[in-house]
Design a binder for this molecule. Structure first.
Ligand SMILES: Nc1nc2c(c(=O)[nH]1)N[C@H]1C(S)=C(S)[C@@H](COP(=O)(O)O)O[C@H]1N2
Ligand SMILES: [Mo]
Length: 198
């Protein structure tokens, strides 16, 4: 694991530990597999579909009307950059899943533009994931997934789908965009699960 000096406080340095193979960046790289979709808030909506097919949909205004949280989290990209202490605002998936039948153990996340990524439902719950619409005190820029993206920072950042449109629950696991072409189905940066078989 890389030990990185985060800064100096008086004469003592504060050291932080990065996941294996990662290095620290201070800018915010943009990584998109295709063109940036422009999704006006009037058109944006977010839908949770249960394994049985029940649909729960929020408009942009309905999302904003839900209680929001302001997580400060570290980001770890599979291309090996990590960015620490990023500040977001968004709605917890716990809030969105309240009262919804959790009839599948797996989730496929869908984005405007066609991107998909899969993860276990339990990784979206218990304060681990948000639909984020503000970053660093500003509306989330389109290149970083605005108007809203999934933020699931304990997994490699490809799981944090930008321009998120919905989550489909499934009773069996299926693979998303990167997972289909060889990335790890789970993607824990601390276990360095970059590629299938890691
Ligand atoms: N819809 C969508 N979401 C996406 C991607 C993408 O190509 N399309 N790329 C993923 C990858 S590989 C990473 S590392 C992060 C990058 O987020 P950033 O561009 O805000 O740094 O978004 C993830 N979410
Ligand atoms: Mo990535």
């Amino acid at each position: 694991m890389g030990i990185v000096s985060r800064g100096f406080h008086g004469r003592r340095s504060t050291e932080v530990t990065l996941p294996p193979g990662q290095y620290l960046v201070h800018d915010f790289p943009v990584l998109s597999a295709g063109p940036t979709p422009r999704v006006p808030p009037e058109i944006w909506s977010f839908t949770i579909t249960t394994a049985e097919g029940a649909r729960h949909r929020w408009s942009w205004q309905e999302l904003l009307d839900l209680p929001s949280e302001r997580p400060t989290v570290d980001l770890h990209c599979v291309t090996k950059w990590s960015k620490l202490g990023t500040e977001w605002e968004g709605v917890s998936l716990d809030t969105l899943f309240a009262g919804i039948d959790r009839d599948g153990d797996y989730a496929m996340v869908h984005s405007f533009g066609g991107y998909t990524t899969n993860l276990p439902l339990e990784d979206l719950l218990d304060g681990q994931a948000w639909i984020a619409y503000r970053y660093d005190g500003e509306d989330l820029p389109a290149e970083h997934g605005g108007p809203a993206r999934l933020l699931v920072p304990h997994l490699y950042l490809w799981k944090s789908a930008k321009w998120v449109a919905g989550i489909q629950l499934m009773s069996t696991d299926e693979l998303g965009f990167w997972e289909t072409i060889g990335y790890h189905e789970y993607g824990d940066p601390w276990r360095e699960q970059r590629y299938q078989g890691d």
